[in-house]
Ligand binder design. Structure first.
Ligand SMILES: [Zn+2]
Length: 248
C-alpha cells in the first residue's frame, strides 16, 4: 500500500537529517551512496542528494528535486549520479512501499552481503525485526548504469519485503517515511554487527526458533507508540543542538 506523501519542506529536513546521522555512524562512503524520498502521491517526484556532496554537509535546501519519468534529469550541471538515478527512480515508480529509499555500504551489513549464500540469522532481538522482510540479490554485475538494472532490482522487492541485501555490494532499505526507513537501516546494521561478532568467535551461533523469531518480528511492528518517529525525532533534537545547518 502506498504511503501518504510528506510536505516537501518536511521531506527535505528529514532527509538532510538522515544524511547527517548516517555520516556520524560512519555509514557514508566517500561522496557516494544515496538516499531519496518521494514527495508526490504517485512517487514520481522525489528528492535525492546532489552529486559530490559529503553526507556530513548535506543541507535541506540543496537536495535535488527530480522527476522519475524524466530522462533529461541526467543532463546539465546539477545532474544526479547516474547509478543512483537509475536505481532510485525505478524503485520509486515501481514499488508502492518505497516512499523513502536508503542505500549504503555500511560495513557490518555489507560484510554479511559478501558471505556466500548468506541469509540474516535470527540471532538476536534486532535480527528478528527483519524476519521474512529481506530479499537477497546474489547477482552482482558491476555498477547499475542503465534503467533495466533498476527494474530488475525492483522485481526482487516483493510487497512484503523492505530490505534488499545486495551480494558483494551493500544494502537498500525502503520505507513509508524517512524515519521508518532510517530506523530499519539502524537496526539492520546493529543486527549485522552482532552477527559478525558472534560468528567471528568461531563458536556455534544459538539460533532463535522460527516461531519465536516470527512472533518477535510481529511484536516489533505492533509496538505501542510511533517508535521509529520518536527515534528519529531524538536524532534531530541532537542535530538541532549540535549542527542545525542541516535544516538550511
Ligand atoms: Zn552501492
Amino acid at each position: 500500500m502506498s504511503s501518504v506523501p510528506p510536505t516537501e519542506a518536511k521531506a527535505r529536513t528529514d532527509l538532510a537529517a538522515a544524511f547527517r546521522w548516517a555520516a556520524r555512524l560512519d555509514w557514508h562512503e566517500s561522496i557516494a551512496n544515496h538516499f531519496s524520498v518521494a514527495i508526490s502521491e504517485d512517487r514520481c517526484s522525489f528528492l535525492m542528494n546532489p552529486n559530490g556532496r559529503h553526507f556530513s554537509r548535506v543541507r535541506a535546501s540543496e537536495l535535488l528535486l527530480l522527476d522519475a519519468r524524466d530522462e533529461s534529469s541526467l543532463e546539465g550541471p546539477d545532474a544526479p549520479d547516474p547509478t543512483a538515478w537509475h536505481l532510485h527512480a525505478q524503485l520509486h515508480l515501481r514499488l508502492p512501499q518505497a516512499r523513502c529509499i536508503l542505500h549504503t555500504h555500511m560495513p557490518y551489513a555489507t560484510a554479511l552481503c559478501c558471505i556466500k549464500d548468506f541469509e540474516l540469522l535470527m540471532l538476536d532481538q534486532n535480527a528478528c525485526r527483519f524476519h521474512g522482510r529481506i530479499a537477497y540479490d546474489r547477482h552482482y554485475d558491476g555498477m547499475a548504469l542503465k534503467a533495466s538494472e533498476g527494474a530488475r532490482v525492483a522485481g526482487l522487492l516483493a510487497a512484503d519485503k523492505s530490505v534488499l541485501m545486495m551480494g558483494n555490494h551493500g544494502v537498500l532499505v525502503v520505507g513509508a517515511s524517512v524515519a521508518a526507513a532510517f530506523d530499519d537501516l539502524y537496526y539492520l546494521e546493529r543486527a549485522a554487527k552482532v552477527q559478525i561478532l558472534a560468528l567471528s568467535t568461531g563458536l556455534a551461533p544459538a539460533l532463535i526458533p522460527e516461531g519465536v523469531a516470527a512472533r518477535t518480528c510481529a511484536q516489533w511492528h505492533s509496538y505501542p507508540g510511533d517508535y521509529s518517529r520518536r527515534h528519529f525525532d531524538a536524532l534531530k533534537q541532537i542535530l538541532d543542538e549540535e549542527e542545525s545547518s542541516y535544516r538550511q
